[in-house]
Structures are given as structure tokens and as C-alpha cells.
Design a protein. Structure first.
Length: 141
């Protein structure tokens, strides 16, 4: 039995089977935005949203685990790695993707949701705005 309330982390680069299985049970799908790949997660790359830094280069222990695992297709993995796409794991099974052009999406096991990022003048992300199905209006007067 796998307890998903408890995290697992290891010191190596490769995601061990136990970590992959835990991530697959939480996400149930490829976590690339708008992906239609359900199931068959064992054929996906398990990427580190926060890039892995080898311990001999100053990387901390426990970098590979539930907290830093994103199952993605090979093409999306390459786009993230080489084309400037960024992914941040917000929690266990929740990911925020940002394109080099500033478009952003939240991906969970339920699918992809468009968001707008709130940024400071230096480009630091400080928050997110979510589309809502309601006609929500806030009056600050």
C-alpha cells in the first residue's frame, strides 16, 4: 500500500520507481499544458521542475522526490529544457507552466486552466489571477 500523505525523496538524479508511482497516482496524466495523454505514464519522462544540481556542485540532498517530479512527454520535456519554458511544482500534483512569451497555465489531474501572472516591474512573479465562471466584480471604493 502506498501512503500518498507521506512524501518520498532520494539523493540521486534518477526518479526511482517508488517516486514515479506516487507521482503517477496523484497526477493521473501527462502534466504538460493541454496534454490529452491519460494513463501510460510509465512512457513519460519524469522531469525535475527545479533543475537537479549534483551534490558535488553544491546541490542539496533529497532533490529527487514527490516534491520535484513532473511526468511529461519527450517533446514537452525538451521544450522546457531548451526553449525557455518554465514549470513550477506548486504542490503534489499541481504545476504552473509559463511560456517564454509570458503565457501561463495551471495543470492538475483535472486538466489545464489558463491563468494570468501578476509580476513586479523586474519580472518577478508575485501572484496569479484565475478565470472564473462567475461575473465577479470587486469594488474597492
Amino acid at each position: 500500500m502506498i501512503d500518498l500523505n507521506v512524501g518520498r525523496a532520494v539523493n540521486g538524479y534518477e526518479h526511482p520507481t517508488t517516486v514515479k508511482k506516487r507521482t503517477e497516482l496523484r497526477t493521473t496524466r501527462d502534466v504538460s499544458p493541454h496534454s490529452t495523454r491519460h494513463g501510460g505514464l510509465s512512457r513519460l519522462d519524469h522531469d525535475h521542475p527545479v533543475p537537479y544540481v549534483p551534490p558535488d556542485e553544491g546541490g542539496p540532498p533529497g532533490q529527487t522526490g514527490d516534491h520535484n517530479d513532473a511526468p511529461v512527454g519527450r517533446t514537452d520535456h525538451r521544450a522546457k529544457t531548451h526553449l525557455g519554458y518554465q514549470v513550477k511544482q506548486l504542490g503534489l500534483g499541481a504545476y504552473r507552466w509559463e511560456t517564454p512569451h509570458g503565457l501561463a497555465r495551471i495543470v492538475t489531474g483535472q486538466g489545464t486552466r489558463r491563468i494570468q501572472l501578476l509580476k513586479t516591474t523586474d519580472g518577478t512573479t508575485i501572484g496569479e489571477l484565475y478565470d472564473t465562471p462567475y461575473n465577479l466584480q470587486i469594488d474597492f471604493n
